[in-house]
Design a protein around this ligand. Structure first.
Ligand code: F6R
Length: 359
């Protein structure tokens, strides 16, 4: 029930700190040990390569998952859009392990790939919000998100839940392999910081509403830009805005702008820059100078320690691998308020279904 909330999307955005806490409770014991079947961890660690397969927002959670798995487990990881993998699978490593990310557990494109994987006889894990869903039943293993039902068509808490669970899983895998980075990653503590940071961001929603009104309410198009993990966030942020507000929005690797897309920048084109990655922060800032020079309106979403005077949205500091969990919150809110300002039903955007059960 959405209770006092006008829309499910806003309720589900607000629930995200609780989603982090539920995951900690379900998967991490008091002594910090992780409660995931050791047989699953061992089989994952035996893989030469991990293949994450998903669609839409879940695919974007997979992009962040690649960073987590590669850095904490040292296992090369590929992320694939299910509908592409289905008809054009890549050349596989000799010992692959497949991870399916799916809120609903029913997405036809992902189901099709899992059937193929089962025919090949490779091991698989489904990370889903729905127990006993098709992808859960047909995979070798399942891990649940415990995020509560996600009703709004635009996915919010499933994205952050998937990333947090990938972090917990990668930590457990890396620890089992005695990888320093994983051993030093106190995932319960870091996710608690994330939950607190998310709470501060949702409590500040009125400022985001003003930015939406000011910058996005009447625009024809918009861009999200970033590099590295910030590019991963930009892609999900762009999907959120376009699907509920119908503003044509793209997420770009900021270094790629000058290779073509900058031609689209006109006076007042909104460009939202995500700056949470220390290595690329100054490069993204220099890309924003290039669009400012062509008349763009730039909104900066920056982690506190990388922020400069004038940045409009400041994110509390969290572990560098977990910044997408915070950066996406203002982006979800920007999408939500832009949709309302344009008079749309934000929970049921046109042309979309909650779970896409056709190929
Ligand atoms: C976007 C959205 C979709 C889904 C996609 C996959 O907000 O909701 O892009 O993420 O259809 O759905 P699941 O995760 O259920 O497999």
């Amino acid at each position: 029930e959405k209770g006092a909330y006008p829309y499910y999307m806003l309720k589900e955005i607000d629930e995200q700190p609780g989603v982090m806490r539920n995951l900690i409770e379900h998967y991490i014991a008091e002594d910090g040990s992780i409660k995931i079947d050791e047989e699953l961890l061992k089989r994952l660690n035996q893989a030469q390569r991990l293949y994450i397969v998903a669609a839409g927002t879940s695919y974007h959670a997979g992009l962040v998952g690649k960073e987590l798995f590669e850095r904490l487990t040292n296992i090369p990881t590929e992320v694939h859009v299910a509908s592409e993998f289905a008809y054009n699978p890549p050349l596989l490593a000799e010992h692959p392990f497949f991870i399916f990310l799916t809120q609903s557990g029913e997405t036809a494109d992902s189901r099709q790939v899992l059937s193929q994987v089962n025919e090949w006889g490779y091991p698989s894990l489904t990370i889903t919000n729905v127990a006993n869903s098709t992808l859960s039943r047909e995979a070798t293993y399942t891990l649940l998100l415990y995020a509560g039902p996600e009703i709004a068509v635009a996915s919010t808490k499933a994205y952050t839940g998937q990333i947090a669970l990938e972090a917990i899983l990668a930590k457990a895998m890396g620890e089992l392999k005695n990888i320093d980075k994983a051993e030093n990653f106190n995932v319960a503590k870091e996710l608690t910081f994330v939950a607190n940071g998310m709470q501060a961001l949702v409590d500040g929603k009125s400022e985001i509403k003003e930015i939406a009104e000011d910058v996005l309410a009447t625009t024809r198009n918009a861009f999200y830009i970033g590099r590295s993990i910030d590019y991963d966030i930009a892609q999900e942020a762009a999907l959120k805005l376009k699907e509920v507000s119908y503003v044509q929005t793209e997420g770009f690797a900021s270094g790629e702008l000058k290779h073509g897309t900058i031609a689209l920048i006109e006076k007042d084109t909104p460009v939202i820059a995500i700056i949470t990655d220390e290595k690329t922060a100054k490069h993204t800032r220099s890309n924003t100078q290039e669009v400012l020079a062509r008349g763009a309106r730039v909104i900066y979403i920056a982690s506190r320690q990388l922020a400069v005077a004038g940045d409009q949205i400041i994110l509390p500091e969290v572990h560098p691998l977990l910044t997408p969990l915070l950066a996406i919150i203002p982006c979800q809110l920007l999408a939500y308020y832009t949709s309302l300002q344009r008079g749309y039903d934000v929970d049921k955007p046109r042309n979309l279904a909650k779970s896409v059960t056709v190929e």
